[in-house]
Ligand binder design. Structure first.
Ligand code: TPP
Ligand code: MG
Length: 311
């Protein structure tokens, strides 16, 4: 499968999974979809029919709230049946909202932010000590980089010259309910460089640029590599882009679900089938005047309060 096809399927599954479960984090899923698409088609070494294969690259989705993106990638790459994705977030399902190591292909459960890089760094050191060729990857959010533990791991990786460690930052400038710069500003590239890392900046939605960036890892004078991927939270559905609402909101029946699916269909690559709505959705009724969920509205954390007041 091509990376663009996988990224599209991640987005389509993401809409369905959050819609069915009334689950959160569609914005984060879309933000990482292209990075995950490239990682699972072009970069990571693995055997889907042997998830614990010793020679596999290790990958940790440290921003575990984008778990639906990883589940979709794993299912599409053959780790478990695609049909199972519909059970995401349901009672009794192993596909919990944040990634779980009970799922084939997932080595480490996350969800509490700030832990993935420490584990990935420890693994990279273990690989070096055991003279293993596999590499250790971690995908982090930019808001997650507010966690002090990220920077302890960054120092550790520099000290041990872990050039088999690759951090990818989903640099979308947003964290749950606000923009990062309103919360705690991180001067991203300079900070990582200051911690001794080899820094690559890239458009996180440009597959060729991502592939080029990943091809540069491992030969940087002993430095660990960080790929700072400039992304847009909610990328792929216009009314979800750069809008804090879609950190927690799920695509509701009607206008939201139909428009999201139809926008994805308008950008569907050749050779991909939509497993849920092969021909897209009927055109949705326009939203009534004054409805709170219009595309143009600038959402704000007070949205939920306004929604309650409106009832
Ligand atoms: C230790 C910890 N604190 C708070 C949260 C709640 N939380 C979940 S997602 C999120 C936003 C994180 O921002 P970022 O890493 O930029 O991810 P994005 O919102 O861009 O997907 C927060 C604060 C958490 N999961 N873990
Ligand atoms: Mg973010």
């Amino acid at each position: 499968m091509k990376s663009e096809q996988l990224a599209w399927l991640i987005r389509r599954h993401g809409v369905e999974m959050t819609h069915l479960s009334r689950g959160s984090h569609i914005g984060a899923i879309f933000s990482t979809a292209d990075i995950m698409g490239v990682l699972f088609t072009d970069v990571l070494k693995y055997k889907a029919d042997e998830p614990d294969w010793e020679g596999r690259d290790r990958f940790i989705l440290s921003k575990g709230h984008a778990g639906a993106a990883m589940y979709a990638a794993l299912a599409e790459c053959g780790f478990f049946p695609v049909e199972e994705l519909k059970s995401h977030y349901q009672n009794g399902s192993r596909l919990s909202g944040h990634v779980s190591h009970f799922v084939p292909g997932i080595d480490f459960s996350t969800g509490s932010l700030g832990h993935g890089l420490s584990v990935a760094a420890g693994r990279a050191l273990a690989a070096k000590q055991d003279k293993k060729a596999w590499r250790s990857f971690a995908l982090l959010g930019d808001g997650e980089c507010n966690e002090g533990s990220v920077w302890e791991a960054a120092e550790f990786a520099n000290h041990f010259r872990l050039d088999n460690l690759i951090a990818v930052i989903d640099y979308n400038h947003m964290q749950s309910l606000d923009f990062c710069n309103n919360t705690l500003e991180v001067d991203m590239a300079r900070r990582w460089a200051g911690f001794g890392w080899h820094v690559i900046e890239v458009n996180g939605h440009d597959h060729n640029a991502l592939k080029e960036a990943f091809s540069q890892i491992g030969d940087n004078g002993g430095k660990p590599t960080v790929i700072i991927a400039h992304t847009v939270k909610g990328k792929g559905v216009s009314f979800m882009e750069n809008d804090v609402l879609w950190h927690y909101r799920f695509p509701h029946d009607g206008w939201e679900y139909n428009c999201a699916v139809n926008e994805l269909h308008a950008a569907k690559p050749d050779g991909v089938e939509d497993p849920y709505t092969p021909n897209g959705c009927p055109e949705a009724e326009p939203q009534p005047d004054g409805c709170l969920h219009t595309a143009s509205e600038t959402y704000h954390p007070t949205y939920y309060i306004r929604e309650i007041e409106a009832k």
